[in-house]
Design a protein around this ligand. Structure first.
Ligand SMILES: [Zn+2]
Length: 409
């Protein structure tokens, strides 16, 4: 008979809640945490199998709040030229047939698992339902956001396409929900955002990512016009909004929960505005660094100001093209970048990589803590107990992948 309870005693347990102690212990029954804390607070548990891991730090599974798994097959790609050049090149490399998309998403799922991920916000390129089918066949939970493009005269066609595609697929089957992602304010008109909101499905978008986007929305000119022309997506009915993209989308974002990726360029006044909206931010530190955002004469990314203002900021990886880890996709490496670059607080980083992402995806955040109750998974990392450095900092200065102790569930 297998033992249904396991007592892990480890060098340290850590989460984004209040359960970080060294040494630590976790009593797990199947996928439920019965107790977590100091080993002496749990004591001996006679009916539990005991697993001693004195050189491991254990934490909850991670949440990736913005990924493009269907681009995984392209691999890490050195940056080239302008953002418009990059997008153009990307479109020529993306898989266009169902088998190619499925293989890329499967690889992305495998690499996400290697990275300790249990929950993911995945962007399904150009409205394909292959990614959601592939995700639903995997151990990961989350949302597959169908990405759509449609501006100017093409909005009607785009709204109709969204309606058709979402009719064809069960919206809430199991642990991967269907969502919609109007790509960006420069590639989608306000009617497309309105229709996405009316659908009642989870909503996501890229927002305030580049200065070119801000220029385009603010004054209706700049290099993105050439990009839209290149894709046959430009027409003369597309007008400037005369304001920042965040203000341009205010009528949508003020009342509807939305997961907005990047927000590299915001004004001071946006902090209070965004805090009052039901908005989640998916900050992708490596992607922002890859594209050089925010540019040096602009304020560094405001994620800590956002958090201090009460805005929910989670972490995303964006696509494999921007990553320096060809063998895994993990927000742990985003946490490492922020720790290395900004000396960001490890506990704050853990929150961003776990509970904040769960909240942004509408999932119970306690599943990504060590609080008693169901847990999405437990992952472990090697630490050196003889090293004076805090074990949580040790894993942030290291670069090893995590291993699964339990899950994902
Ligand atoms: Zn993206």
């Amino acid at each position: 008979m297998t033992c249904p309870r396991t007592l892990f005693t480890v060098a340290m347990i850590a989460d984004g809640a209040q359960n970080s102690v060294a040494p630590g212990a976790i009593l797990l029954e199947n996928s439920t945490i019965i107790a977590a804390g100091r080993p002496e607070s749990i004591g001996e548990v006679l009916d539990a199998q005991r697993v001693d891991l004195p050189r491991k730090l254990v934490m909850p599974a991670l949440v990736n709040a913005h990924a493009h798994l269907d681009l995984t097959h392209i691999g890490p790609t050195p940056g080239v030229g302008s953002f418009a050049d990059w997008i153009s090149r990307l479109q020529s490399q993306r898989a266009s047939d169902d088998a190619g998309i499925e293989a890329s998403v499967r690889r992305g799922i495998d690499l996400s698992m290697v990275g300790g991920t249990a929950l993911i916000a995945d962007i399904a390129g150009v409205g394909s339902i292959v990614p959601i089918r592939t995700l639903r066949d995997s151990p990961l939970g989350g949302v597959s956001f169908l990405e759509v493009f449609g501006n100017g005269l093409r909005q009607t066609q785009c709204v109709e396409m969204m309606r058709k595609v979402t009719e064809d697929i069960a919206q809430d089957a199991g642990s991967v929900k269907l969502g919609l992602q109007p790509h960006s304010p420069y590639s989608c008109g306000i009617e497309v955002y309105q229709a996405a909101r009316r659908s009642g499905l989870p909503l996501s978008t890229h927002l305030a990512e580049t200065l070119e986007e801000i220029q385009f929305i603010m004054s209706g000119d700049g290099p993105l016009i050439d990009l839209l022309r290149h894709f046959g997506a430009w027409d003369a009915s597309i007008e400037s909004a005369g304001q920042h993209p965040i203000d341009h989308l205010e009528s949508i974002l003020r009342k509807t929960p939305c997961l907005a990726a990047h927000l590299n360029y915001i004004d001071d006044r946006h902090l209070a505005l965004l805090a009052a909206w039901p908005l989640g931010v998916a900050y992708c530190p490596r992607a922002s660094a890859y594209f050089g955002h925010p540019h040096h004469h602009h304020h560094p990314h405001r994620y800590r100001d956002m958090l201090a203002s009460g805005i929910n900021v989670a972490l995303g990886t964006d696509s494999m093209l921007c990553l320096d880890t060809p063998n895994r996709i993990s927000v742990l490496d985003e946490m490492r970048l922020l720790h290395r670059r900004d000396n960001a607080d490890p506990r704050l980083l853990l929150q961003m990589g776990t509970t904040n992402g769960a909240i942004a995806l509408g999932v119970e955040p306690s599943r990504f803590t060590l609080d008693p109750g169901p847990v999405a998974g437990l992952i472990a990392l090697d630490i050196n107990p003889d090293n004076a450095l805090d074990p949580l900092r040790q894993i942030l200065v290291g670069d090893a992948p995590p291993e699964w102790l339990s899950g994902p569930h």
